[in-house]
Unconditional design. Sequence first.
Length: 420
Amino acid sequence: MADKISMLEGVLAVPNNPTIPFIEGDGIGPDIWKASVRVFDAAVQKAYANEKKIEWLKVLAGEEAFKITGSWMPEETMQAFKDYLISIKGPLTTPVGGGIRSLNVALRQELDLYVCLRPVKYFEGTPSPMWQPEKVSMTIFRENTEDIYAGIEFMTGTPEATKLLNFLVDELGVKAFRFPEATSLGIKPVSKDGSERLIRSAIEFAIEKKLPSVTLVHKGNIMKYTEGAFKQWGYELAEREFSGQVYTWQQWEKTKKESGEAVANEEMKISAVGGKVIIKDAIADNFLQQALLAPQDYSVIATLNLNGDYISDALAAQVGGIGIAPGANINYLTGHAVFEATHGTAPRFANTNTMNPSSVILSGVMMLEYMGWRDAADLITNAVGKTIRNKTVTIDFYNLMKEGTLLKTSEFADEIIKNM
């Protein structure tokens, strides 16, 4: 009998037969979902026999929902995501014109999914533009509800833009507008509470997984009271709430100087300070450079919304592209989590059974790990790795490989199941 996942005293309670809502997605969504769900069910069956099973509940959003109900995001779908806590989705079309700016952003705002979690890991054999892509192993904690994604912006020429512009000029004495009569305006909210809960989650993750460092990535040299404050609040939080478990970068530099020890990488650094997680920071543009030059020096990344958007896709490209990049949007306090493909809908390839389903499959791995079903998650991860090493791949990887075997979407799922 199917049952709902719930939160009991701050801990996720997962029954053996949980109901999990899913959205197939638009464009290539149905193709990759059909392949992915077979992989999930096979892994759960192999790991737990008949002891555990997911009951899948289809809900509507995107183009399919609009055609059937007239709404891009029906209230029934949003309510299902609230009621069942955990859900998974394929790519959704962003409506053109008025209405919802982005269905993904709407979900994150409505459910207060304040962490966008993006692990970036290399699978051996995956085509990559990097010389040593195996050095890339990072988990990005992207703040998901604030920054410019709050959607507070006004088009030039509108009464709202004019009113805000006049207030800034007349009341606050702002003189930075070069062309005030042709200026659109946006507001970037960054709160202490929002920053702290994101950074706290990143530090807790690093401690739990025994990872070497958390890097606060920011543009605080320019935006001193938003991104600069994010950095400062992060250091203060680390020292206040995780004393004895972390070393701030300043503490580390002092320790290194006193010991006279030259340390080459994060693994050595963490052992040098007795197993503590190092808290450090990097300016966003420099981080993007260092992520190419010395990716092994970075482990967990905590950053604001826009930075996280850029960083997630840039790092994904280093290990094979967003076609294989998983993602999740999580509220660790309420338990709500939406796992999702990180790529677009690619409508011209819809119903061709050709696209790579790995983004949804690996997002499902994250979902199973979040549920505590690690045996099933590991089966899929290992099988995906073996399938890629065997060069039995879909068209995106096949075109970049020598002597590969080209598979349809459904055949790629077959291979993963066979390799479990």
